[in-house]
Design a protein around this ligand. Structure first.
Ligand code: HEM
Length: 465
C-alpha cells in the first residue's frame, strides 16, 4: 500500500512514517501528482544505492535540469562518465591537506564578519544587545570565503552589502511561496517553468542567474588570460582542479557557478539552523558551556593569532559535538533523489528501471530506529561518548547531512571547518537569544530546507574575549 505524503520533501512529515511503517529498508509512497516513489529508510539500502552501485542510480533528470538553469554543467548537475572525470579532477582540492590550508581564510573572514556586526550594534543600540538578521551576515561571509577558496577572488560582499553578486544570489534563493511553486513545477513537471513562466519571481531568477553567469565569465576569461601570461601558481580549488583535469573557460565558469552556490548557501543555512537550535530556551545552557570552551581554547578575535586545524580538532571536543549535533538535528539538505537506470535488486526486492527513490536525509538523521529513543532531542553528548566511526548513531550512514558515496558532498571537510569557525566566533562573541517568541519557525522545503523569512536573533556582546 502506498502512502501519500504532501509534499515528500517535507522531512518532518516523512519522519512520522519512517519509524512507524513496517518496511524492508524502503517503503512505497505517492509524491506530488501521485507519482510513486520508494522512500529509503535503512543504512543497508542507502549503502547499495549511494555507494556500492552508485552509478546505477542517477540523479533525477528534472531536478538536474532545474539546477542547470542556475549552475550550468558543473559537478552537481552532470552524470555518468562526465561526473567521474570532474569529480576526479576536483577531489585533490578538497583533500584534508588542502582544506587545512584554508583555516586562516575561514578565521580571518569570520573575524571580519564579527567586527562588522559589532560596529552595527554599536551604531544602533550601544552594548545593550540588538536584533539582527543573521541570515544576511552569514550568507555574505560564506560567499566571500568560497570566492577566495574556489577562485582566489574576494567578492567583498561583507564590506559591501549592496554588492550585486550577493543581491543576485539573494533573489535566486530567497524563500517565498512563488519560488516554491516554480521549484515544484520545474522539478515535477518541466524545467520550462523556470525558463518561460511569465511570473515576476521566475523572471527575477532568470535575470539573477544570467547576471551571475556573465560576472563569473568575465572573471574566468581574464583569469585564463592572466594565468597564461604569468604562469601564476595558484592554490584555489579551480586552479588545483585544472592541474588534474582538462577544463575549457566555459567548464571553469560552470564549475565556479556550482561551487559558489554549493559552497555558500548550504553552510550559511546550516549556521542559521544552528543558531535556531542554540537559542531555544532549553538549549541555552549548551550555548554557555560552548562559550566557556571557546574562550578557554581559542585566541581572542582581536588578537592576530591564527587558528589551526590541529587546535580545532584536539582542543575543542564540545564545539565538535555541538556542530555535528546541530547538523544532525537540522541539516540544510533535507533529501536526495535518485532514479534506477537499470533493472536491479535491492534488499531482495526486484526494482524496475526508472523507479524513483527519495533518501530522506532530514528524517534519517532523526530516526529512532537509528538514533534511539532520544533521536529527536538535541543532545551533543551523544557525540562525546559514542563510537566516532558510527557518527554518534547506530550506523555510520545514519548521519546523512552530507549524503555519502561518489555523489556525496565533496566539500564536507571544508564545510565542517568553516561551520565550526563561524559558530565558535558567533557564540564566543555574543550572548544569542531569539528575537521573537515563536518556538517553531516556518520551513521552506526545497533542495535546501530554509527558515522562511530568515532568523532574527538578539545579540548581546560578551565581554572579556
Ligand atoms: C553544511 C554545509 C553543507 C551541506 C549540509 C552539504 C550537503 C551536501 C549534500 C547532501 C550533497 C549531496 C546531494 C545529493 O546527493 O543530492 C552535497 C553535494 C555537493 N556539495 Fe555539499 N554540502 C555542504 C557544503 C558544501 C561546501 C562548502 C561545498 C564546496 C566548497 C560543497 C560542494 C558540494 C558539491 C560540489 C556537491 C556535488 C557533489 C557531486 O555530485 O559529486 N558543499 N552537499
Amino acid at each position: 500500500m502506498g502512502i501519500t505524503l504532501e509534499p515528500l520533501q517535507n522531512g518532518g512529515r516523512v519522519l512520522e512514517y519512517l519509524d512507524n511503517t513496517p518496511n524492508v529498508g524502503m517503503f512505497r509512497a505517492l509524491d506530488l501528482l501521485n507519482r510513486e516513489v520508494l522512500v529509503i529508510t535503512s543504512p543497508e539500502v542507502i549503502r547499495e544505492v549511494l555507494q556500492t552501485n552508485a552509478y546505477d542510480f542517477r540523479k533525477v533528470a528534472n531536478v538536474q535540469n532545474y539546477m542547470k538553469v542556475l549552475l550550468g554543467d558543473g559537478l552537481v548537475t552532470v552524470d555518468g562518465q562526465e561526473h567521474k572525470q570532474q569529480r576526479k579532477a576536483l577531489n585533490p582540492a578538497f583533500s584534508a591537506k588542502h582544506v587545512q590550508q584554508l583555516y586562516p581564510l575561514f578565521w580571518s573572514k569570520t573575524r571580519e564578519m564579527i567586527s562588522y556586526v559589532q560596529k552595527d550594534l554599536e551604531s544602533t543600540e550601544g552594548q545593550q544587545g540588538t536584533v539582527v538578521d543573521v541570515t544576511s551576515w552569514v550568507n555574505r561571509a560564506a560567499l566571500d570565503i568560497i570566492g577566495i577558496a574556489a577562485l582566489g577572488i574576494d567578492f567583498n560582499t561583507l564590506a559591501n552589502p549592496t554588492n550585486e553578486l550577493s543581491r543576485a544570489y539573494q533573489v535566486i534563493f530567497e524563500p517565498n511561496s512563488t519560488s516554491t511553486v516554480i521549484f515544484l513545477l520545474s522539478t515535477l513537471v518541466t524545467t520550462w517553468a523556470v525558463k518561460l513562466l511569465p511570473l515576476k519571481k521566475a523572471r527575477e531568477i532568470r535575470a539573477g542567474s544570467a547576471y551571475v553567469k556573465r560576472y563569473i565569465k568575465r572573471i574566468m576569461t581574464r583569469r585564463v588570460q592572466d594565468g597564461n601570461d604569468e604562469k601564476a601558481v595558484r592554490k584555489d580549488i579551480l586552479s588545483v582542479a585544472s592541474q588534474y583535469g582538462k577544463f575549457s573557460t566555459d567548464d571553469l565558469v560552470n564549475q565556479a557557478r556550482t561551487l559558489l552556490v554549493a559552497g555558500h548557501e548550504t553552510t550559511a543555512t546550516g549556521v542559521q539552523w544552528a543558531l535556531y537550535t542554540l537559542t531555544r530556551p532549553e538549549n541555552l545552557h549548551v550555548q554557555q558551556r560552548l562559550r566557556d570552551e571557546i574562550h578557554k581554547q581559542l585566541p581572542r578575535l582581536d588578537s592576530d593569532q591564527e587558528v589551526s586545524a590541529q587546535i580545532l580538532a584536539k582542543n575543542l571536543p564540545y564545539l565538535d559535538a555541538v556542530c555535528k549535533e546541530c547538523l544532525r538535528i537540522n541539516g540544510p539538505s533535507p533529501f536526495s533523489k535518485r532514479t534506477a537506470v537499470r533493472d536491479t535488486v535491492l534488499n531482495g526486492i526486484a526494482i524496475r528501471k526508472g523507479t524513483s527513490f527519495v533518501i530522506p536525509n532530514w528524517a534519517i538523521n532523526k530516526s529512532k530506529r537509528l538514533w534511539g529513543e532520544s533521536a529527536r532531542e538535541f543532545d551533543p553528548e551523544r557525540w562525546l561518548h559514542g563510537d566516532d566511526a558510527l557518527n554518534g548513531g547506530a550506523d555510520a550512514l545514519a548521519f546523512q547531512t552530507f549524503s555519502t558515496g561518489v555523489r556525496g558532498c565533496i566539500g564536507k571537510g571544508f564545510a565542517l571547518a568553516e561551520f565550526k569557525i563561524m559558530l565558535a566566533a558567533l557564540v564566543g562573541s555574543f550572548d544569542i537569544t531569539r528575537a521573537t517568541d515563536e518556538r517553531e519557525v516556518k520551513i521552506e522545503w526545497g533542495i535546501i530546507a530554509r527558515i522562511y523569512d530568515g532568523l532574527k536573533v538578539n545579540l548581546k556582546p560578551v565581554r572579556g574575549w
